[in-house]
Design a protein around this ligand. Structure first.
Ligand code: SME
Length: 161
């Protein structure tokens, strides 16, 4: 069953990543925290932007194996990234161009990540339940994202290019 996403995850991520500067380490534990603290989800993780290929590459995540490359502007993730806006999709099967990585996923929320003015990728969370994420969940996740990006160094992208 779904429960509202608890605002406590914002404090948890700040405490967890305190004094840790390795971005891979931080994104890895951020995905693990989401997977363990958010009910009724089957996937939580990151796609990071590869500027030379103009695509998102799979980053740290928790869940089933997933597509490794998403073209900028395609699927829910690529659209969120390109338009630089949070996308909350009630039913992914009705989203034009949705990329089905895990057949268990029925709803999805994607939040773009910006570090020092540079778009670096997205946070993607999938649920097996239609309409899993409401506006309050989105607000909590936006706060989580804002706390997390303070612990991310955009130089990580050079490893992808
Ligand atoms: N469904 C996403 C692809 C990523 S997986 O859900 C992990 C999309 O349409 O962009």
């Amino acid at each position: 069953m779904s429960e509202p996403i608890n605002q406590i995850i914002v404090e948890q991520i700040d405490a967890l990543l305190f004094n840790e500067t390795n971005t891979i380490t931080n994104l890895s534990n951020a995905s693990a925290l989401l997977k363990s603290e958010v009910t009724d989800i089957n996937w939580a993780g990151f796609y990071l932007y590869n500027e030379h290929q103009d695509e998102l590459a799979l980053g740290p995540f928790q869940g089933n194996v997933a597509c490794m490359h998403i073209k900028n502007g395609t699927g829910v993730c690529g659209t969120s990234f390109k338009e630089d806006q949070i996308l909350r999709v009630k039913n992914v099967h009705e989203f034009p161009g949705h990329i089905a990585c895990d057949s268990a996923s029925n709803s999805e929320i994607v939040l773009p990540l910006t570090v020092n003015g540079q778009k670096i990728g997205v946070l993607d969370i999938d649920s097996p339940t239609i309409n899993r994420f409401d506006a309050e969940d989105e607000a909590v996740l936006a706060n989580f994202r804002d706390a997390l990006v303070k612990h991310i160094d955009s130089s990580i992208l050079s490893a992808l290019n």
